[in-house]
Design a protein around this ligand. Structure first.
Ligand code: 26Q
Length: 765
């Protein structure tokens, strides 16, 4: 805490200076609205951005403390589920590094994503309590608050509407400074916490209505209490809608107040404000902004819609139809009656101008994707393939009407955390070659390509990887009790557990490999460690079964002497940002094996390649672009393409046919079905295996053989360590384009029309 507070002290000056500069230059501000910010620990980031690592180490050591122990004492702030939340955190880092004035707006959940443990191989969830010790980086701002209403009715008189909510809460701000590389610019992550409007209703209490007296307290307590742990669909939940409206409305009120305080004309809003919606979760921003412009600022409705649209842009992160948000109209009528009226007007205006336009309101539901699209001046996908699919599928009709609205911004990752911070061994090696400028100009890594035939450099590169693998082995030994061979291939799949991400296919391949090792124990097998990490949504039964199966198989395989230790499976529980920082630098092989067309982008794929792992992957999401950059000869490609997937699914009995054509797969499925890995409960996986035969929606069976063969190809390449390392180096050297600095420049140029102050632009140009 002392170390954090000392650092904090040094942050505030640049933070305040940045705010002043923005005010003086009347720069446009970017507002990034996101339900999730998966920021992880901050202390090392703060230290290295301020360039104080040596000083911090010395100071701690002088106090008889261990620096590394101290920095790991900070709780990992897990205010997000996965990719979408982590992307928001990387974007905050890049916005600050580029010196673009920005606020991140979200919710200060009391409990972040649940903690995961395994009880007899099954996932168990415990509440997460990151705030149980004081959070060093946040500043409570009791003077910054907004009243957020819910429910009630709307009255109309003299052409003006007035919303009379019947309940509400107060949103109060907690600010965390986000300081960029070299500490030159500081932005704000402003997270809202709900407080009761009146702490306590004394009138009701005196009347003896104790429940009514504390209703507002109860509402406030629940709204910012907990992050929804479902990263696909949990539709129709009233509390979720209230959370979405709560933080969105507070954010819109906050930026409007700032605009008015700075004495700008309300009609100049789009010149000063760019609002980015991270998926549809804050899509109510459109109607809310229109509501405030019309009801509070007297702007005529059609003009308000046009003004709002010039401020708003929307990022789509998924094509899975079941993951697109829809709300029952009846729920909206009950919780946000004025917004429902406004949505009807937006719909009417859209239908009048573009007859036959897809409906926002249909079958008694409000479709948030359509709403966000119609209210945004730009809509973006998150990888080249994903953006094309967005145009062809979910928003095909809207794209025809608005052919310039959809643009691509391929995701990126911050090199500060995902190389400089997490991989000191590789960082040191790169610094020796290139100096430190690559940290804010990642394309400089291309200079390393010249080293791919330099045996001395390759040896040093291998040594960096090996030291990371030794460190990981030690940690796994301590936490999982499994001894690993650091010279084995470390094959890692870490991400949320989902059918479409196909952890199951990886596991089936593992069992097949185990079979073959046992059949032919004297062959020159490439030793492998299969590492899994990830959480399943608590209500996602199939994903939880997959976790159980991985743990069941691990128990049997790890205990089998026949493999002579050449195959190990580990699944450390509670995967989070901090664990990713340990695993990624130690990986040889990165598993990016989703069914083509299902993974919007992926960002873990980028982190691995940057840290010198080779990818085994499908042509999905950003894998396509990664392969283009690193070269097809440095990437293990397999599987059906997105359009082949669509065709295959139409063929009757496609999975049975695939299984029948693969004796290897049949054998594995038979073993699991018979209970070889679950002798205490032999029927445990009947449902799961039956699913693969009958409704293998994600084509695990169809891609299995091609995946298995490609894995064996990887085995052979790994037997030549120099060659492997030189391919890995080509990955690191080619990943510069995937810096989130590049992504943010793209948003600033194509969507926000927001410039960085010239010094920052020059520095990172
Ligand atoms: C929706 C409604 C109710 C409750 C929860 C949700 C919900 C929450 C989180 C829906 C989706 C999410 C998260 C989605 C996500 O993380 N998508 C990932 O975004 C990454 C960044 O663009 C991509 O790289 C991944 O491909 C994509 O899966």
């Amino acid at each position: 805490m002392a170390l954090s507070l000392v650092l904090r002290d040094r942050l505030v000056d640049v933070w305040i200076d940045s705010t002043r500069t923005t005010e003086t230059n009347s720069s446009k501000r970017v507002y990034y609205l996101s339900m999730e910010f998966l920021i992880g620990r901050l202390i090392e980031d703060m230290i290295s951005n301020l360039g104080l690592e040596a000083e911090a180490r010395d100071a701690m050591e002088a106090l008889g403390q261990q620096y590394d122990t101290i920095v790991h004492d900070e709780p990992d702030a897990a205010l997000g589920n996965g990719g979408l939340g982590r992307l928001a955190a990387c974007f905050m880092d890049s916005l600050a590094t580029l010196g673009i004035p920005a606020f991140g707006y979200g919710i200060r959940y009391e409990h972040g994503l649940f903690e995961q443990s395994f009880v007899e191989g099954e996932q168990a969830e415990q509440p997460e309590t990151w705030l149980s010790q004081r959070h060093a980086w946040e500043f409570e701002r009791p003077e910054v608050h907004h009243s957020i209403g819910f429910g009630g009715h709307v009255s109309h008189s003299d052409g003006r509407a007035t919303w009379h909510p019947d309940s509400g809460v107060v949103a109060t701000a907690f600010d965390t400074p986000v300081v960029g590389w070299k500490g030159e610019w500081g932005n704000t992550l402003r997270l809202w916490s709900a407080k009761p409007i009146t702490p306590f209703d004394l009138d009701s209490f005196n009347r003896g209505d104790y429940l009514a007296a504390s209703r507002s307290e109860a509402l406030a307590r629940t709204i910012s209490r907990v992050l929804y742990p479902d990263d696909t669909t949990e539709n129709g939940k009233e509390l979720r809608l209230k959370q979405e409206y709560f933080f969105t409305a507070a954010s819109i009120m906050d930026l409007l107040r700032r605009h008015m305080d700075e004495q700008y004309d309300i009609r100049a809003l789009p010149d000063h404000v760019a609002i980015q919606l991270n998926d549809t979760h804050p899509a109510i921003a459109g109607p809310e902004l229109v509501r405030l412009l019309v009801d509070e600022h007297g702007v005529p409705l059609p003009e308000a819609i046009a003004l709002a649209r010039r401020c708003l842009a929307y990022t789509n992160h998924t094509l899975l139809p079941e993951a697109l948000e829809r709300w029952p109209e009846s729920l909206f009528a009950r919780v946000l009656p004025r917004h429902l009226e406004i949505i009807r007007v937006i719909e009417e205006a859209q239908q009048t101008e573009f007859p036959g336009s897809p409906c926002i309101l249909e079958h008694g539901e409000i479709r948030m994707g359509e709403l966000a699209f119609v209210m945004a001046h730009k809509v973006n996908g998150v990888s080249a393939l994903h953006t094309e699919l967005v145009k062809e599928t979910v928003f095909a009709d809207l794209h025809r009407i608005h052919p310039k609205r959809i643009v691509n911004q391929t995701n990126g990752i911050t090199p500060r955390r995902w190389l400089h911070g997490c991989n000191p061994a590789l960082r040191g090696l790169i610094n020796d070659q290139l100096g430190e400028a690559w940290v804010s100009d990642l394309e400089q890594l291309t200079a390393l390509k010249a080293k791919r035939t330099d045996s001395e450099f390759i040896a040093a590169f291998q040594q960096a990887k090996r030291s990371n693998k030794v460190a990981l082995s030690n940690w796994i030994g301590e936490t999982c009790g499994v001894a690993l061979d650091p010279d084995a291939m470390f094959d890692v799949q870490i991400k949320r557990i989902h059918e479409y991400k196909r952890q199951l296919m990886n596991l089936l391949e593992t069992v097949a490999l185990w079979n073959e090792m046992r059949d032919d124990p004297d062959r020159d097998w490439t030793p492998r460690v299969k590492i899994f990490g990830g959480k399943a949504a608590p209500g996602y039964v199939l994903a939880k079964q997959i976790i159980h199966l991985i743990n069941d198989v691990a128990r049997v395989v790890n205990a089998d002497p026949a493999t002579k230790g050449r195959l190990k499976i580990v699944f450390p529980p509670n995967y989070n940002v901090t664990m990713a920082e340990r695993l990624i630098p130690a990986a040889d092989l990165s598993e990016q094996i989703s069914t083509a067309g299902k993974e919007a982008s992926g960002t873990g794929n980028m982190k691995f390649a940057l840290n010198g792992a080779l990818t085994i992957g499908t042509l999905d999401g950003a894998n396509v672009e990664i392969r283009d950059h690193v070269g097809s000869e440095n990437f293990f490609l397999f599987g059906l393409t997105a359009s082949e997937v669509v065709d295959r699914r139409r063929q009757h009995g496609f999975s049975r046919n695939a299984i029948e054509a693969s004796p290897r797969l049949q054998r594995v499925l038979g073993q699991i079905f018979e209970g070889l890995f679950s002798p205490e409960d032999p029927y445990r996986y009947h449902g799961l295996i039956g699913m693969l035969y009958d409704h293998d929606h994600f084509l695990v069976t169809c891609d299995f053989d091609s995946y298995y063969d490609t894995q064996r190809r990887a085995d052979i390449v790994f037997q030549n360590p120099q060659n492997w390392a030189s391919m890995a180096l080509m990955n690191t050297a080619s990943m510069g384009w995937f810096s989130s600095d590049r992504t943010i420049r793209g948003y600033a140029r194509d969507i926000w029309q927001a410039d960085a102050p010239s010094s920052a632009l020059e520095r990172s140009a």
